[in-house]
Design a protein around this ligand. Structure first.
Ligand code: GSH
Length: 200
């Protein structure tokens, strides 16, 4: 069976939601991402030198990393599908949004997490981070004014990624009150059975 190296509440949950939506069974292997260790204390860096989740181990032992690559791989097992379309504009939309969330949203939360864990990030860096996140969410806020999900009327894999990163606003104290459409998106996503199962 495919093994997903996983930590609940992280971007790896977006992969798990994608797999469930595609009806793909996975064995979950919990990773302590602070120590880069598995539950038995073994070194996660032996699975992937990157040391972060997610990683997907195939039955032949090969390991795939990066959220978007794993989601695309899972989709490829099902052929064309609505969760992560593999052809034409549907596929391009996935790649475009995954990259945007990965580089413009996900990584801009990092200084807020460092601060939460008591690391000194510096005032200039903090205000830069907040400005960046505000700008990046502004675009999503506009997009979600006219449609319920990032690529239109249907939930896709990239919505799971946006959800997981956006849940970090509460954890880090990032204020999303100027983005009512993003907050409504979050609530809409939280009603989905697949989301509830993964976050339970
Ligand atoms: N570019 C990576 C980012 C993965 C990532 O940042 N994972 C976080 C959890 S959301 C993690 O495991 N961090 C621990 C670490 O960086 O050591 C991807 O797309 O998979």
């Amino acid at each position: 069976m495919l093994k997903l190296y996983y930590a609940k509440g992280t971007c790896s949950s977006a992969v798990y939601m994608t797999a469930k939506s595609l009806d793909i069974e996975l064995e979950l292997v919990q990773v302590n991402i602070v120590k880069a260790e598995l539950e038995d204390g073994s070194d996660y860096k032996k699975i992937t030198a990157k040391g972060y989740v997610p990683a997907l181990q195939l039955e032949n032992g090969e390991v795939i990393t990066e959220v978007v690559a794993i989601c695309a791989y899972l989709a490829s097992l099902k052929g064309d599908n609505a969760v992560f379309p593999l052809f034409g504009k549907g596929m391009i939309d996935q790649l475009e949004w995954f990259n945007y969330i990965g580089t413009e949203i996900h990584k801009n939360y990092m200084p807020l997490f460092f601060k939460l864990f008591g690391m000194e990030t510096g005032e200039n860096w903090d205000s830069f981070t907040l400005k960046q996140l505000n700008k990046r969410y502004e675009l999503i806020e506009k997009k979600l004014a006219n449609q319920p999900y990032l690529t239109g009327e249907t939930v896709t894999s990239t919505d799971f990624y946006l959800l997981m990163t956006t849940l970090w606003a509460v954890k880090t104290g990032y204020d999303l009150s100027t983005c009512p459409n993003v907050l409504a998106f979050k609530e809409r996503m939280m009603q989905l059975p697949v989301v509830q199962q993964v976050l339970a």
